[in-house]
Structure formats: structure tokens, C-alpha cells
Ligand binder design. Structure first.
Ligand code: FM0
Length: 329
């Protein structure tokens, strides 16, 4: 009863920001993402009747109850699906460039879902994997696919899952540059941040009222390889998401002074004729979408503001890979 999977992280171009159902993880709106090659998780799970408790080892460190909570809850769910009570050992490696300081619940939960599906002989088609991954972390539902994916919000557990929008990007070479910003403040998780926003933000109705237009424009931009449309839509969507948190009670922000510096850099480069657009998630890092032909010029400009070890380049990544057979040498 063993399974292994590798999943890459994804960055949302149209954000998932708010749940309708916190238990089933049904979102308030569809989201659209790009899977990247630079960050991935490799996870092995072994269900073993000799174990008396679940164990989660992340990057060689045994996790305590608090840090393993989401993983242990996810194991309970998968056991329920399989109709067993056997405890499990989870060994996971997060491959993230040094100093990135990036959490990776999307790749981590997608890899865990895939490994469990293999170990427990549960359905392994993309829709089933996406539905399983969603229960671990909403954004993980999109990491089943390479390239662009859309999480269709659905209305219940059966119809809330991601589908592929465009897997093969060989005809449209894109890149995403991560500008890493040190955070001094205590982090508000995306899970807590989005819930507070849904419950209290005076701006949340505005987010919901305009999301369909953003989704339509993004789908069209992706279908037609229209970089300007994708970039403009991505940037206005992230600005709206970050505006909603300013209207929450109590209000908060994920931005740090260097986040603004990064946004300014992108705007200046654009004003000088270099097409590039930014997005930000539930943290201070800024991610810049570019066409590969402009990567060198953008990096040249970025290095004047950010040190080399705070700049990470990523390219479109692949979908989840499941490993079914093991070599026990
Ligand atoms: O990825 O509560 O998936 O669409 O990254 O585990 O379902 O960690 F910018 C924020 C991701 C949120 C947007 O939230 O939350 C996106 C965000 P969970 P996630």
C-alpha cells in the first residue's frame, strides 16, 4: 500500500479568493493558473498496519501535530474513501530554490493526493485527482495539469475540479520571474485571509461582481496567445484581490515596501516598451509574467534593484506524475 507522486506548483492568474463551503472546499469563483517547473513536491505515502499513528516527514524533518494537521486530515479523508483505518507514513520533499521562502501547499497537496490515490488504488484520472487535491488545498486542484488550468468552482464535491485550458506552450514561450521580498511581519495564511475577507470586507461584493469579466478575458487571451490581454487581466485581478483585504475587518495587507518596489520596476519596464505584468498571492513576493524573448532584458533591469539570490526564473511546468512501481533494493 505504497504510492509516490511528483507535482509542480502553480500560480493563479485569476485568483481563488474565498470559499463558499469550507469543509468541501468549494470556492466562490473560478480561478485560472499557470503550472511552473521551478518548484515541485515529491511525496511518498505508505499505509502500514504496523503503524500506530500517522507520520509526516517534510524535507527530512518529522512534523508535529500542528504542522502536520492538514496532511493528517487529508489522510483521514482518503482512508474514508478507501474504507480503511490503516495509519500512514508520508515522506515529502519540497524542491524550492534556496532562500525562496515560498510555501507550496499547491504542489504539496497535489503530490500527496496523487500518492494516496496510487497507494489506495483509488481512481487516478485527472478529474478524480483534482477533486482529491482540492480537499487538501484549493489551489492544489489546478496542479494536476501542466500549462494553463481552470478550476471550475462547481456546486458540490463531485463537480468542483480543475480542467486543462492549454497544456502545450511550445508555441508560446512564457516565463515567470519571482522577485522575492523578505517578510518581517507575521504571515496571515491564505486560508485565514480569504475567510476574513469573505466574512467582513466591504470590497468583496465588488470582487464577485467583476470576476466573470476577468475570467472571460483571461480565457480569450490564453486561447489566442494574446500576451497583452493575459497580462493586463492578470494584473488588474491581483490588484482587486489585494484591495479586498484592505477592506476587511480588521484590515490587513500582504504587501511589504519591497513589494511596491517590484511593482514599480514592472511598470517602469512596461513604460519603456518591455511587455511584462505582475501578480501577487497571499505574501509579499511579486511574480512577473513575460515572454521568453524579453527575459534577458527584464533580468538586466531587475538586477539593478534586487540581489541575484532574490530573483528566481521559472518556466511553464508539467502536470502531476504518479509512480506506481517501486524498486525495493
Ligand atoms: O492560488 O485554504 O489554496 O488562486 O494563492 O488551502 O484552499 O492555499 F493569492 C492567494 C490560495 C490562494 C490564490 O489558497 O487555500 C490562488 C491564492 P486553501 P490556498
Amino acid at each position: 500500500m505504497e504510492g509516490q507522486a511528483r507535482a509542480y506548483t502553480n500560480i493563479a492568474l485569476i485568483k481563488y479568493w474565498g470559499k463558499k463551503d469550507q469543509v468541501l472546499m468549494i470556492p466562490q469563483n473560478n480561478s485560472i493558473s499557470l503550472t511552473l517547473d521551478a518548484f515541485y513536491s515529491e511525496t511518498r505515502v505508505t499505509f502500514d498496519s504496523h503503524l500506530t499513528t500517522d507520520q509526516f516527514i517534510l524535507n527530512d524533518v518529522l512534523q508535529d501535530e500542528k504542522h502536520g494537521k492538514k496532511v493528517f486530515q487529508f489522510l483521514d479523508l482518503m482512508r474514508q474513501h478507501a474504507g480503511i483505518t490503516t495509519k500512514a507514513q508520508v515522506i515529502s520533499e519540497n524542491h524550492v530554490p534556496t532562500a525562496a521562502g515560498l510555501a507550496s501547499s499547491a504542489s504539496g497537496m497535489a503530490a500527496l493526493a496523487g500518492a494516496c490515490a496510487v497507494a489506495l488504488d483509488l481512481p487516478q484520472d485527472a478529474v478524480s485527482l483534482s477533486r482529491f487535491a482540492r480537499r487538501g488545498s484549493g489551489s492544489a486542484s489546478r496542479s494536476i495539469y501542466g500549462g494553463f488550468a481552470e478550476w471550475q468552482k462547481g456546486t458540490d464535491d463531485t463537480n468542483s475540479y480543475a480542467v486543462s485550458l492549454k497544456e502545450d506552450l511550445s508555441a508560446w514561450p512564457l516565463a515567470m520571474v519571482f522577485l522575492l521580498v523578505d517578510s518581517q511581519e507575521k504571515k496571515i495564511s491564505s486560508r485565514d485571509g480569504m475567510q476574513r475577507t469573505v466574512d467582513t470586507s466591504v470590497f468583496y461584493p465588488g470582487w464577485l461582481a467583476t470576476i466573470e469579466k476577468d475570467l472571460t478575458d483571461m480565457r480569450q487571451g490564453i486561447a489566442t496567445n494574446d500576451f497583452e490581454l493575459v497580462g493586463q487581466t492578470m494584473e488588474r485581478n491581483t490588484m482587486k484581490m489585494h484591495a479586498t483585504v484592505l477592506g476587511a475587518v480588521p484590515p490587513f495587507t500582504y504587501w511589504q515596501p519591497d513589494s511596491l518596489k517590484a511593482m514599480q520596476l514592472v511598470q517602469e519596464q512596461r513604460a519603456q516598451g518591455l511587455p511584462c505584468y505582475f501578480t501577487m498571492d497571499a505574501g509579499p513576493n511579486v511574480k512577473v509574467l513575460l515572454q521568453q524573448e524579453n527575459l534577458k532584458a527584464f533580468l538586466g533591469a531587475a538586477r539593478k534593484t534586487f540581489p541575484e539570490d532574490k530573483i528566481v526564473v521559472a518556466f511553464p511546468g508539467k502536470g502531476i506524475q504518479l509512480v506506481k512501481e517501486f524498486n525495493h533494493d
